[in-house]
Design a protein. Structure first.
Length: 191
């Protein structure tokens, strides 16, 4: 697939088939991620590939966050139901890649640039997955950044999660999308 075609046609695919994804394809996705631009070659990314029962790690994270944020008036049965519902979120795709940032302690690299590099890695990964015929969705939100999720993934104080890439073979047609023409968002400065 030509690069501009991949960029223009890639969409977030929230519903995928349960079919396993070949290990080689996952490795190609990870390889694409590590070639993202990064200031001073700090390579500030970290990946956790969750497949099969390994996805329970993320499920436990979702459940721990939900329990921590739940009303103290919930019964034990209601808490158990909440935990079960949250754990199921990790099983919406056969592969989930948790992506983290490990900011460098090099004073010359602002921390925001480390995040930008990891976000670029996620885009690379999603484009390669799309070119392989896979669907992806980059899931984030408050649970991603919660202290309980950090604890479940055993992050050190400098590490953060930036999201979860759910990967599988699409089970829906990609949604239509349009963009504002770049001309409306661009100012040319020539002098």
């Amino acid at each position: 697939m030509e690069i501009m075609e991949a960029i223009r046609s890639r969409r977030s695919i929230g519903k995928v088939k349960p079919d396993a994804v070949d290990h080689t394809l996952i490795e190609q996705i990870l390889e694409a991620g590590i070639w993202a631009p990064n200031h001073c070659h700090t390579e500030p990314w970290r990946f956790w590939v969750l497949t099969g029962e390994g996805r329970r790690l993320l499920g436990r994270g979702y459940a721990e966050v939900a329990i921590a944020e739940a009303s103290s008036t919930l019964s034990d049965d209601e808490l158990a139901q909440l935990r079960f519902a949250q754990e199921k979120k990790a099983f919406r795709a056969p592969v989930v890649i948790a992506v983290g940032v490990v900011p460098s302690q090099t004073a010359i690299v602002p921390e925001i640039e480390e995040y930008a590099a990891v976000h670029a890695a996620v885009q690379n990964m999603m484009l390669v997955a799309h070119a392989q015929g896979l669907g992806t969705i980059w899931r984030t939100g408050a649970p991603t950044y919660h202290a309980k999720m950090r604890e479940v993934f055993s992050l050190n104080p400098r590490e953060e999660l930036v999201g979860f890439i759910y990967i599988g073979y699409p089970d829906v047609d990609p949604p239509k999308s349009a963009r504002t023409p770049f001309q409306q968002k661009t100012e040319w400065v020539t002098e």
